[in-house]
Design a protein around this ligand. Structure first.
Ligand code: SAH
Length: 211
């Protein structure tokens, strides 16, 4: 995502009631952060937060955690979310590379929306659906791993389907043209709104594995 520098971004992050500043301290006990045992869904690379905010508003009995690597981007998400009083939403500024140092068998679903495609072969490991990341995700799920992914990037989509398959995931739902399918509970992300205006096809897959 192109970044514009956000003034006072550190201050915005450090003072937000939605941010968990030392997430490793909650490892294995994230339910304490929410004071309940509801399922926890995370979005990795949440960008400016439209998707996770709308989910938190629509599904009060699910806890949501938005993860984003860059200060400026998460600061923009905070500005958007700060006006709401939500007990089921938290945000973490971190690189997903350390995700298994932060969560321990406590996550029920991962959302990956319009993840960076890293088109060059030598950068394939950086894709959020590469072996490296799928191995890490394995340790964060409470029950059966479930991942839902959306992208307009066909190469990333094909790469991800193969990668999921190699890790034993089964396809539970798939669309090669999400906006012309009959999935009526779709919540749009910022990228999705932008790309669909350009008439890009949106690919969607939900994968799950047993154990
Ligand atoms: N999900 C949003 C943003 C997509 S852009 C949307 O659909 O509109 C991809 C986002 O992932 C960017 O904001 C980028 O900063 C973030 N990101 C990329 N790699 C990441 C990583 N390793 N850990 C956390 N966030 C990451």
């Amino acid at each position: 995502m192109r970044q514009r520098n956000v003034k006072n971004k550190k201050e915005i992050i450090n003072n937000s009631k939605y941010i968990t500043l030392n997430p490793k301290e909650y490892r294995g006990s994230f339910k304490k952060l929410f004071n309940n045992d509801n399922p926890i869904y995370i979005e990795i690379g949440m960008g400016k937060g439209d998707f996770i905010l709308e989910n938190a508003l629509r599904y009060p009995d699910i806890n949501f955690i938005g993860i984003e690597k860059y200060d400026s981007i998460i600061a923009l998400a905070i500005k958007k979310i700060e006006g709401y009083e939500l007990n089921n939403l938290k945000l973490i500024r971190m690189d997903a590379l350390i995700i298994d140092e932060v969560f321990n068998h406590e996550i029920d679903k991962i959302y990956l929306n319009f993840s960076d495609p890293w088109p060059k072969e030598r950068h394939a490991k950086r894709r959020l659906t590469s072996n490296i990341f799928l191995d890490k995700y394995q340790n964060i799920f409470r029950n059966n791993p479930i991942i839902e992914m959306k992208t307009d990037n066909r190469n990333l989509f094909e790469f991800s389907l193969i990668s999921f398959n190699q890790h034993g995931y089964l396809i539970k739902d798939i669309s090669l043209d999400l906006h012309n399918s009959n999935k009526d509970d779709n919540i749009m992300t910022e990228y999705e709104k932008k790309f669909s205006l350009k008439n890009n096809c949106i690919y969607y897959v939900k994968v799950e594995k047993n154990g």
